[in-house]
Design a protein around this ligand. Structure first.
Ligand code: ZN
Length: 267
């Protein structure tokens, strides 16, 4: 059986509180050999590490999500760096910029937006510094902020790489990500009826420059669309990606696992 990795799963979310051992078992049965559980703040990162200690095939990404930055400590670096020492911490993430829900568009003013963006950039910057110091790469979240996110990461190209997760941008933007030595990763959106734009980007991305993920509990692929997603469903994602690439599942397994291992060195 062709094996795959789920490089982005939120296993610490309450969605899995009642049946996580079964979820992990189903992933293994489906050939999903390794799963990276993603942190979204310090508590969530610590939970990801606990899960990595509990399950041999689970690894941890640690980081502070841009949507929560107003709750972050002013200097996140010491606490985050301490966590990087754990042998199963394979990346800093998810980190980045998210301009989708700016305070000004809700009930704040334009000045709030500038302050919020500055705070996001500051916390993103701190985490890039920790990644470099720890010799880890980054899992990048961006929403409605592609240019700023890429520009900020680009300043450190050569020292650190990012995987732009849940990639939903166009082919030209995919090429700009690869140009700075970073990667893209694809979710269940590739299986959606209205996911042709993502399938076009998959088709244009070199086989050795992307990885696969679920972003579960979100974005369950067809035929589970709308239901709770889980790492086992990388299988359905891989089948569509192999079709789009015109390659065998074995070739896709070999390339995506090799790319992931090179990128997440401790995986
Ligand atoms: Zn995520």
């Amino acid at each position: 059986m062709a094996t795959f990795y789920d490089t982005h799963a939120h296993l610490d979310y309450p969605d899995y509180a009642n049946d996580l051992p079964e979820i992990i078992e189903r992933a293994q049965a489906a050939g999903i050999a390794k799963i990276i559980s993603i942190g979204t703040d310090l508590d969530s990162s610590r939970r990801a590490i606990q899960l990595a200690e509990q399950f041999p095939n689970v690894f941890a990404g640690i980081g502070w999500h841009p949507s929560n930055v107003m709750d972050a400590p002013d200097d996140l670096r010491p606490a985050l760096f301490e966590l990087t020492k754990h042998p199963k911490v394979v990346a800093i993430g998810e980190i980045g910029l998210d301009y989708h829900h700016l305070p000004g568009s809700q009930n704040g003013c334009a000045g709030d937006d500038a302050h919020y963006k500055q705070r996001q950039a500051d916390i993103f910057q701190q985490q890039i510094e920790v990644a470099i110091k720890a010799g880890l790469n980054c899992i990048i979240h961006q929403r409605d902020s592609f240019d700023d996110t890429l520009a900020q990461l680009k300043l450190f190209a050569g020292k650190v790489r990012g995987v732009f997760h849940c990639f939903g941008e166009n082919t030209e933007r995919m090429r700009r990500v690869l140009e700075i030595g970073s990667l893209v990763s694809f979710t269940g959106i590739v299986t959606f009826k209205n996911g042709q734009n993502v399938r076009d980007v998959v088709a244009a991305t070199p086989l050795n420059q992307f990885v696969l993920e679920t972003d579960c509990p979100y974005l369950a692929p067809v035929p589970y669309r709308g239901k709770r997603c889980e790492p086992a469903y990388v299988k359905e994602i891989s089948e569509v990606v192999a079709q789009v690439k015109g390659c065998s599942l074995e070739d896709l397994s070999a390339s995506t696992c090799k790319t992931a291992k090179e990128f997440f060195r401790k995986l």
